[in-house]
Write a new protein. Structure first.
Length: 830
RNA sequence: GCCCAGGUGGCGAAAUUGGCAGACGCACCAGACUUAGGAUCUGGCGCCGUAAGGCUUGGAGGUUCAAGUCCUCUCCUGGGCACCA
């Protein structure tokens, strides 16, 4: 049989389809493995990134299957989202039909040719009512748990997409999708109280020992825990207090002002007490500014109010009372939205003080000997306190504790922890998403849709609905106008849809029990299959998706739905596939289309190539030069094996007595190589595994091409070894291996139903090994010794070696080191 | 500024606990077979050197019989976060 990739792969693909080879029986969970790659958005264009990520989950799935695990390797579609809607507007196609046809295209044309071992029985689609019904249920659960709320707040508004963005979707003040400058708008928004889980999300980062470290770092950055102190400054004029948050309570006696954010509630109070057009206009313009503008203006801005507030320890402070300022460098929704301005020891406060000529008080010095003087810049390190009343001469760390303690005692503050994580804004003013199951009744107010009425189905968008260039649920009157579930009076539905990150925050649970019509999933089954044993995806999802996924899992646990609190045991972050240093993109015209590569070189060649060389977790530059040589390797491997197997068709494969086998060297290569391959696959060193397959093949083909005088039983042994070899390399070259296995070892054979080859331990190590002899740390000779040589035996061989003799001649030997199986080092004088 | 990842031949890279640096592959070179080669096979291939030999894992120190690997300092590249108090 001659290798023809299209013929081989076509045949194997149709067999998989016919036999439903990759079905997972979730009831068999005592030895389970859940291998999951982040499901795709059905854009209609599969790219090399998809090939990489699904190949990784597939390799892992196939390997674990051979090792006797019941493997769940599902696939589905993250189908809601903007591109469908934009396509609808642009091409006048319904978002649902656009999505459906893309799914069809990707499933049957684009993601098919690799022979991935997906169990399509578990397929799901987040835009299908039988899925989003449960996304809506999840929303109602949040509501029940008091974890969902609607609040008027400043939200990130993308003027191009005409929608609110989550903080995670704002990159340096720009929309993550189209780069538009994000504006601030005051709107009523649905939020999930993810901040209630901030401490757990933070603490449990420690449990993620099998996560890619950079993914943990991204989360840590995002949640950002800060331990500090809330300090109250009383505002006597307004009979109120300003609470500031600081991590540096030790700098309390350097305060020259208190600065509040333009969003701070006290602003209104100040204005109503003493109206000031200047303050009003400053605040208004600051609020209008986008986050970028606020950040970009290098110079600090601010305005002094007529209000003063009192220092909590007036007796020791440089100023008993300081002015309250409004400054837009203070962030409204971080900490308390107010800071104490300590120019001497905070760079931002220093700039602010410089600009407005505020006094700089020096209260921390590096050490006692330090001569204080005019600070040229803020000293922000820890140090020793000065000019701080009774706290002078304390070290910063001690002072923070003591000052906090005393503030608490006086009722002027508290120790506190803040997180940078903000509540999750889950509403989107878009059509193609999961409708929020909420009804607004004039009489009863905000009424959740009763569970029995779920799903709240998304109406079908007709061409006429798309004419004004925007799709919005508000346009669908039949949808909007409904009856109140309580009083049955006229009412209106919520027209926002849910952030698609909510859809994808629980899909991994649903895969396990995707046909359940009574519940989102059966807790017992999910408990037996999760956490996910191997989750693959890009680092770009480490912040948003992964944090929501963890949050929802913890929420489910608190609701008694699952018994674990982290969803992912092992998170593998695959690198990016670039082209010429740039991310592949349609606009750059540098997209390499996987289907074309598969047509030319074959699925095995592509798979083998993408796993080779560059470790899967590192970014790579796509280069199709190397793929041809992979195809040639596969062809050579296939044809040589096939030629040999044709000549021994009549011989029954039988391992037999290996000690009698003629080619003993092959046995060492094969069993040694297979056991290393096993370890590499276990440790996710896929590029090394590819190299190992090359070595195994080189050694096997060399043997096959030099065979002579083999007995029938030798051939039987060799044939059985080839079968073992095929099963193992089938993890990396499934088509080739499956074809040869079926052709020469029985049509009923299937890689996926095989088991990892039995090793023969006698061939894992050799009797004689070669070790290096160093003299003064430099390699001078290589000697052959018996594996278990004693020190004396090994040294005797070493000292007998010509090169060793030459090097130590006439020198004094100071020390002899023998590390069994590793090395000999002889230390000589001079 | 903070956090993370990385730096090894012409290239992608490999190297259990510190123990023969460069596995495997690409590219290249030489040869064989061929009408032909973008096919196949054989051999070579870190750098300097005719050789003997010397040098070599971004750089500088250190620990050690022994360092790509451990410690201290430092430079560079990629990525994330960022007026977060």
């Amino acid at each position: 049989m001659n290798y023809d990739h299209q013929q081989v792969e076509g045949k194997i693909l149709s067999e998989h389809k016919k036999n439903n080879d990759f079905f997972c029986d979730v009831s068999k969970s005592n030895k389970k493995f859940y291998s999951l790659a982040m499901f795709p958005y059905p854009s209609g264009n599969a790219h090399m990134g998809h090939v990489l990520v699904y190949t990784l989950s597939d390799v892992k799935a196939r390997f674990k299957k051979l090792k006797g695990f019941e493997v769940l390797h599902p696939m589905g579609w993250d189908a809601f989202g903007l591109p469908a809607e934009n396509a609808a507007i642009k091409h006048k196609v319904r978002p649902d039909s656009w999505t459906k046809s893309n799914i069809h295209k990707m499933k049957n044309e684009q993601l098919n040719g690799e022979g991935w071992s997906f169990d399509w029985d578990k397929e799901l689609n987040t835009s299908s009512p039988d899925y989003y019904r449960w996304t809506q249920w999840l929303f109602l659960e949040m509501l029940k748990a008091n974890m969902a709320y609607k609040k008027a707040g400043y939200v990130n508004w993308c003027p191009i997409d005409q929608t609110v963005l989550a903080n995670e979707q704002v990159i340096n003040g720009h929309c993550y999708r189209d780069g538009a400058v994000v504006e601030k708008r005051l709107m009523d928004q649905w939020f999930f109280k993810i901040t209630a889980y901030a401490p757990k999300l933070w603490d449990d980062l420690e449990k993620l020992i099998h996560w890619a470290p950079e993914a943990v770092a991204v989360q840590r950055n995002w949640i950002n825990k800060n331990i500090g102190t809330n300090i109250d400054f009383s505002v006597n004029d307004l009979n109120d207090t300003i609470r500031v948050f600081t991590t540096r309570a030790d700098t309390l006696f350097g305060v020259c002002a208190v600065v509040i954010a333009p969003e701070h509630p006290l602003v209104a109070k100040i204005l109503s007490k003493s109206p000031s057009p200047e303050i009003k206009s400053y605040v208004e313009s600051a609020l209008k500014k986008s986050q970028v503008e606020r950040m970009q203006s290098k110079e600090k801005t601010g305005i002094k109010t007529s209000v003063k507030c009192q220092h909590p320890f007036p007796e020791f402070a440089p100023e008993k009372e300081v002015s309250v300022w409004i400054g837009d460098y203070v962030i409204g929704d971080y900490g308390t939205g107010a800071v104490m301005c300590v120019p001497g020891h905070d760079t931002r406060d220093f700039e602010f003080a410089q600009k407005f000529k505020l006094p700089v008080y020096e209260v921390i010095v590096p050490n006692k000997e330090y001569a204080q003087g005019n600070l040229k810049e803020a000293y922000t390190e820890f140090g020793t306190l000065i000019n701080s009343g009774p706290y002078s001469e304390l070290r910063s760390q001690t002072a923070i504790e003591k000052i906090t303690h005393d503030l608490v005692k006086k009722g002027h503050g508290e120790a506190t922890t803040t997180f940078q994580l903000r509540d999750w804004s889950v509403g989107r003013q878009r059509f193609w998403g999961c409708p929020i199951p909420i009804i607004y009744c004039q009489k009863c107010g905000t009424v959740p849709v009763p569970e029995k009425d779920l799903p709240v189905e998304l109406p079908i968008a007709r061409d006429s609905d798309m004419e004004d260039g925007v799709l919005n649920l508000r346009q669908f009157h039949d949808f909007v106008h409904t009856k109140c579930p309580h009083c049955h009076g006229p009412a209106k539905r919520e027209t926002d849809t849910l952030d698609t990150f909510l859809c994808s925050s629980w899909y991994a649970f649903r895969f396990i029990d995707n046909k359940n019509t009574k519940r989102p999933f059966d807790s017992n089954v999910v408990n037996s299959w999760m956490p996910i044993d191997f989750y693959v995806g890009g680092l770009e999802h480490a912040a948003q998706h992964m944090i929501y996924f963890r949050f929802i899992t913890k929420f489910f646990k608190d609701r008694g739905l699952v018994n674990f609190d982290e969803p992912v045991e092992y998170f593998f972050c695959n690198g990016m596939v670039r082209q010429g240093g740039a991310k592949m993109s349609k606009s750059k015209g540098n997209v390499v289309v996987p289907t074309e590569i598969i047509n030319t070189y074959g699925g095995d060649a592509l798979r083998f190539y993408i796993l080779s060389d560059t470790p899967a977790e590192l970014d790579r530059d796509w280069d199709d030069k190397g793929i041809k040589s992979k195809q040639e390797f596969i062809k050579k491997n296939f044809n040589n094996l096939s030629n040999y197997l044709d000549t021994v068709k009549h011989i029954i494969p039988q391992r037999g007595d290996l000690l009698k086998f003629k080619h003993q060297e092959l046995l060492f290569d094969l069993f040694g190589g297979l056991s290393q391959l096993e370890e590499q696959l276990e440790k996710n060193l896929f590029n090394n595994a590819v190299a190992k397959v090359h070595e195994l093949s080189n050694s096997l083909l060399k043997t096959i091409n030099t065979l002579k005088d083999l007995t029938e039983s030798d051939h039987g042994t060799l044939k059985s070894l080839i079968a073992d070899y095929l099963v193992a390399i089938g993890i990396l070259l499934p088509f080739t291996a499956e074809m040869l296995l079926k052709e020469y070892f029985g049509q009923e054979r299937s890689l996926y139903k095989s088991t990892w080859p039995m090793m023969d331990n006698r061939y894992l190590t050799r009797d004689f090994i070669s070790i290096a002899v160093q003299i003064n740390g430099k390699k001078r000779a290589l000697i052959e010794i018996k594996k278990n040589s004693s020190e004396a035996e090994a040294l005797a061989v070493a000292f007998n070696d010509v090169d060793v003799k030459k090097n130590i001649e006439g020198k004094e030997v100071l020390k002899k080191i023998y590390v069994p199986g590793k090395i000999i080092n002889i230390v000589i004088k001079g």
